[in-house]
Design a protein around this ligand. Structure first.
Ligand SMILES: NC(=O)c1ccc[n+]([C@@H]2O[C@H](COP(=O)([O-])OP(=O)(O)OC[C@H]3O[C@@H](n4cnc5c(N)ncnc54)[C@H](O)[C@@H]3O)[C@@H](O)[C@H]2O)c1
Length: 275
């Protein structure tokens, strides 16, 4: 990584922050961004990075940002499309369009914007790498997570298509899709805070579910996740599964592609019994 220029979006918290700190530790030169200036400043202090507040869902802002980073460093080698949000709704039937617009705006359009705006610079570097953070919900669909699953399946399709095109056209850009299982971050609690900030009522049951989800399912330390991701990137692996949960669910979905939704619903009822 020494002298590699790496761009990390959503670096103000969680996996993005851990990636930034680990990349800095491996000698990379860093451009970090986040929509949250406070979290971003904390990461910047720990990494000596070029830091800018950026909303990845804003196409014009990402275009300007990519040009600024290229001008600042001269080259750009690696892009970590990490920024993401979660947003649950009980069902597609009862939900409006809001959660789809919000989640796809960040998780899918953010990845498309970042990739398209940085790709010419990554190709020009002669040794580019696009790394996209999907999820185990990039291959496991779950009731109550429609917008998130839609975004993470789509991100996988986008990233794997990019890889095919880079191979077909002989461009010097490796491409990796990452599917983390549960990582101990703020993502679920941040979704509740965002709902409150929009003036929505958060019920006690929603709050309790989110706490259970965070405590029981988000278990891996983000620094460990970052090590697994960066080791996989160094080995140029096209697909990285992070954690035993991600590997077990990958096997389940392959073994029982038609029946896993029943299993997932059964497990969901046990994990989150109705109030
Ligand atoms: N934590 C997990 O268990 C887990 C599992 C699978 C995948 N992921 C994915 O990992 C990525 C990082 O999530 P995390 O768990 O570290 O969550 P996190 O909430 O700790 O960090 C996400 C960061 O993205 C930033 N962000 C949100 N909207 C943004 C926007 N519009 N523009 C720029 N930045 C924005 C947030 O401010 C935050 O700093 C996400 O894509 C998430 O979907 C997380």
């Amino acid at each position: 990584m020494r002298d590699t220029v790496a761009v990390v979006t959503g670096a103000g918290s969680g996996i993005g922050r851990a990636l930034a700190v680990a990349l800095a530790g491996r000698g990379a030169r860093l451009a970090i961004s986040d929509i949250d200036p406070v979290g971003l400043a904390e990461t910047a202090e720990r990494t000596n990075a070029h830091a800018e507040v950026l909303d990845v869902s804003d196409r014009a802002a990402v275009a300007t940002y990519a040009a600024t980073v290229k001008q600042h460093f001269g080259h750009v080698h690696q892009l970590y499309n990490n920024a993401g949000i979660a947003d649950g709704a009980p069902s597609i039937l009862d939900d409006g369009y809001g959660s789809f617009e919000r989640v796809l705006g960040v998780n899918l359009w953010g990845v498309i914007h970042g990739t398209k705006e940085f790709l010419p610079h990554l190709i020009a570097s002669g040794a580019g790498h696009v790394v996209t953070i999907s999820s185990l919900n990039g291959y496991l669909a779950q009731a109550g997570l429609a917008a998130y699953c839609t975004s993470k399946f789509a991100v996988r399709g986008f990233t794997e298509t990019l890889r095919s095109e880079m191979l077909r056209d002989g461009h010097p850009v490796d491409v990796t899709v990452v599917h983390p299982g549960g990582v101990k971050t703020n993502i679920a609690l941040a979704a509740l805070a965002a709902a409150r900030a929009r003036g929505e009522t958060v019920t006690r049951e929603q709050e309790a579910r989110t706490r259970t989800y965070t405590d029981k399912l988000l278990r891996m330390d983000p620094d460990r996740a970052a090590t697994i991701i960066l080791d996989g990137v160094a080995a140029k692996r096209p697909r990285i599964l992070v954690g035993n949960d991600a590997r077990a669910i990958d096997a389940l979905v392959r073994l029982a592609p038609a029946t896993y939704p029943r299993l997932a619903n059964w497990w969901g009822k046990r994990m989150f019994p109705p109030a």
